[in-house]
Design a protein around this ligand. Structure first.
Ligand code: F6P
Length: 540
């Protein structure tokens, strides 16, 4: 194996081409090719991916595909779906695809997945129908998911995005922050006798989740008695011993596997809160949407392969055009939580600086991923994106119809989405600014003084992903598109997208800090730490 992908000839070819392209503007690229949109968009039954406003030519894509082949992308895709231990630092397979696609993973894995799905479907039906009741005989109306990171963001996004699909009289709630505020707010407004708590934690040792789970247990037991814990608590975890210690009833345990990473786990029992809220039939559609993309990813040629295109463009923008951030801009309130979900997916996966072989990389990897619903963001941070100094790559995401079924509001949203992507790409030149002011009757002196402030450089690259409507199936598709795009990027960068040692250090250090000040801090910065702990106890 080559130590770093940057030593490949194909990498050098992309780098040289990026240099040639560094002065080209989307205005010129678009003027030079009257068929540009035709040439740079992919359309299939569900999706339209428009990449005509990326700073690319046909040669760019050809060179990036060469690089993908040189980085062994086809073989890596096959290895992932087969269940090879491609998470090489932890010697684990990466099989979140087996949770939704019957063509992924060894048969033994598929059998385990099917058994857990049956258990989930039965449990969800029993709760939603009222066959399983709380300790006082009341039907469960509230489900509280206690988890953090991948054990929170996925089910939270699904619940929020499919709010219009909630049924069965179940309202989902989420508690993740260790500072206790979310739980405090919640216990004021819901009846413990109608509340089912899911402790969602792959490891079952995560400090934040443990603290919130213990507090929730005290709340339930305090209100309903010790016997209530077994009926009102459910757990999703790989850690049977810790579930024993917490007192989770055997029939209330849903397993996880070490071949599913937290940020890839919404397809597993981690999605339970969402499945309870929308029902198993809708949840199956969510899995189906992801499976559709798995099939597409494993079969479509690079030129028509949506995650491959998204992935190679991610590398192009971040590494070769050196754009430090990616703004995710859904024109759909339903996807308000998508940027936070993608933040973990992309930044925890590819926020790495050593290669698979353990050598320090000499190029930029994962961008900072951020964003907000486009409609609102236009009135807050878009100013900086249009005229500020740092330049971001942009992902516009827009359904054709609102999830309520109508087009009225969505027409306005789409109108803005299209206008913004034009403005970002083509800008507003000094000549246009001056002409605009002249037409509005501005005095020559004002034009001279003010026109520069109105110039938009443009050349901010963006993709636009469109699909019919935000449904369970299309949401599954969107998440799988990004998952595979992350995998493509990780492969081109030659890093392991499936470990997360970077989050371990802070966790370890937190355990060593005693806020009561009994145990003195140790190690570098101990003096400052002690002073801060003293400050907290003195000023409380
Ligand atoms: O701290 C980050 C992390 O390790 C994520 O990768 C994971 O999704 C999250 O913590 C929660 O972990 P667990 O499900 O084991 O509680």
């Amino acid at each position: 194996m080559t130590a770093l992908n940057s030593s490949l000839n194909e990498w050098a070819a992309v780098a040289a081409h990026a240099k040639d392209m560094s002065q080209s503007h989307l205005r010129d690229l678009t003027a030079a090719d009257p068929q540009r949109w035709q040439n740079f968009h992919i359309e299939n039954d569900t999706w339209l991916l428009d990449i005509s406003r990326q700073r690319i030519t046909a040669k760019t894509l050809a060179l990036l595909f060469d690089l993908a082949r040189a980085a062994d992308l086809p073989a890596r895709i096959a290895a992932m779906f087969r269940g090879d231990p491609i998470n090489s630092t932890e010697q684990r397979a990466v099989l979140h695809t087996a949770l939704r696609s019957d063509f992924a993973g060894p048969q033994a894995v598929q059998a385990e997945v099917a058994a857990t799905r049956r258990q989930l479907v039965d449990f969800v039906a029993a709760i939603r129908s009222g066959q399983k009741l709380g300790v006082t005989g009341k039907k469960f109306k509230h489900v509280v998911n206690i988890g953090i990171g991948g054990s929170d963001l996925g089910p939270l996004l699904v619940c929020d995005a499919l709010r219009h699909e909630w049924s069965g009289g179940i309202t989902p709630h989420f508690v993740s922050n260790v500072d206790r505020m979310q739980l405090e707010d919640l216990v004021r407004s819901i009846d413990p006798a109608e509340t089912l708590v899911i402790v969602c934690s792959k490891t079952f040792i995560t400090q934040e989740t443990q603290a919130n789970a213990n507090a929730a247990r005290a709340w339930i037991v305090g209100a309903l008695g010790e016997k209530a814990a077994a009926k009102h608590f459910v757990a999703v975890s790989t850690n049977a011993e810790a579930m024993d210690a917490f007192g989770i009833a055997a029939e209330h345990r849903f397993t996880m596997w070490d071949w599913v990473g937290g940020r890839y786990s919404v397809w597993s029992a981690v999605g339970l809160a969402a499945e309870l809220a929308i029902g198993s039939e809708r949840f199956r559609e969510f899995l189906q949407g992801a499976s559709d993309i798995d099939r597409h990813f494993t079969t479509a040629p690079f030129e028509r392969n949506l995650p491959v295109l998204m992935g190679v463009l991610g590398v192009w923008n971040r590494t070769f055009l050196q754009l430090p951030t990616l703004a995710v801009l859904p024109y759909d309130q339903r996807l308000a939580r998508l940027p936070a979900y993608l933040q973990q997916l992309e930044m925890e996966s590819n926020g790495k600086s050593v290669s698979l072989a353990g050598e320090r990389v000499d190029f930029a990897t994962a961008p900072v991923v951020w964003g907000a619903p486009g409609s609102n963001a236009q009135h807050s941070f878009f100013q900086m994106l249009h005229q500020g100094t740092p330049t971001a790559a942009l992902d516009f995401i827009a359904p054709l119809k609102g999830s309520w079924g109508g087009t009225e509001g969505q027409d306005l949203a789409l109108q803005n989405c299209l206008a913004q992507s034009q403005a970002f790409a083509f800008g507003y030149t000094a000549a246009e600014a001056e002409a605009g002011m002249r037409k509005a009757g501005a005095a020559a002196a004002d034009i001279k003084r003010l026109s520069a402030h109105r110039v938009h450089e443009g050349n901010r690259p963006s993709s636009l992903l469109m699909y019919p409507q935000t449904t369970a199936r299309s949401l599954g598709g969107i998440l799988a598109l990004y998952e595979h795009s992350v995998f493509v990027q990780g492969t081109l960068w030659g890093v392991n997208s499936f470990d997360q040692f970077g989050v371990e250090l802070g966790k370890k250090l937190a355990v060593g800090i005693d806020m009561r000040g009994v145990k003195a801090p140790q190690g570098p910065g101990a003096e400052g730490l002690k002073a801060l702990i003293d400050y907290v106890s003195k000023h409380r």
